[in-house]
Design a protein around this ligand. Structure first.
Ligand SMILES: [Zn+2]
Length: 161
């Protein structure tokens, strides 16, 4: 990410080594711009042995199936983001049962927090950024969008959630 001006004082940013990494630092006020990963959430919602998936209508992996997911907004609790994204993409209201896991890789800029949930209301409506929404038999899943999707299903199965 390129940042030319300080968000604190609009001074020129320069690159300096801070705590072993090159980071943008303000040449005027010394503000250090720490770049962190983006936080995203996903939900594993299972009903009668069927898993809720949506067909992605956005890149990356547009047209492939994955869990309801999205970014956590600033000022939003991670749990609330998981419930909101599931509602926006699938029409279902859920309550959360617990944490399945946290998924990240050094080469990716996203940290994904995954919760298990149970539908508590609403009905399936194909929502934003989605081509289709369906419940799939856990033993007969379509090709999933992301490498970590299989890890998530494995971790969900062993979690007992
Ligand atoms: Zn500054």
């Amino acid at each position: 990410m390129l940042i030319n001006y300080c968000p604190e004082c609009a001074g020129r940013m320069v690159e300096r080594i801070v705590e072993t990494r090159a980071r943008p630092v303000c040449s005027r006020c010394g503000f250090i711009f720490y770049q962190g990963p983006k936080l995203a959430v996903a939900t594993v919602v299972v009903e009668d042995g069927k898993l809720l998936l949506n067909k992605r209508d956005v890149e990356p992996q547009k047209g492939l199936w994955s869990f309801p997911s999205g970014y956590v907004d600033l000022g939003e609790a991670v749990e609330d983001a998981a419930i909101r994204e599931t509602r926006e993409e699938t029409g279902l209201e859920i309550h959360l049962n617990g944490l399945v896991g946290v998924y990240s890789r050094p080469e990716r800029s996203i940290v994904l927090v995954v919760f298990a949930g149970t539908a508590s209301g609403g009905e399936i409506v194909v929502g934003n950024e989605t081509q289709d929404v369906r419940m799939f038999d856990l033993d007969d899943l379509p090709k999933l969008a992301f490498e970590h999707d299989q890890d998530i299903i494995r971790d969900w199965r062993s979690s007992g959630l």
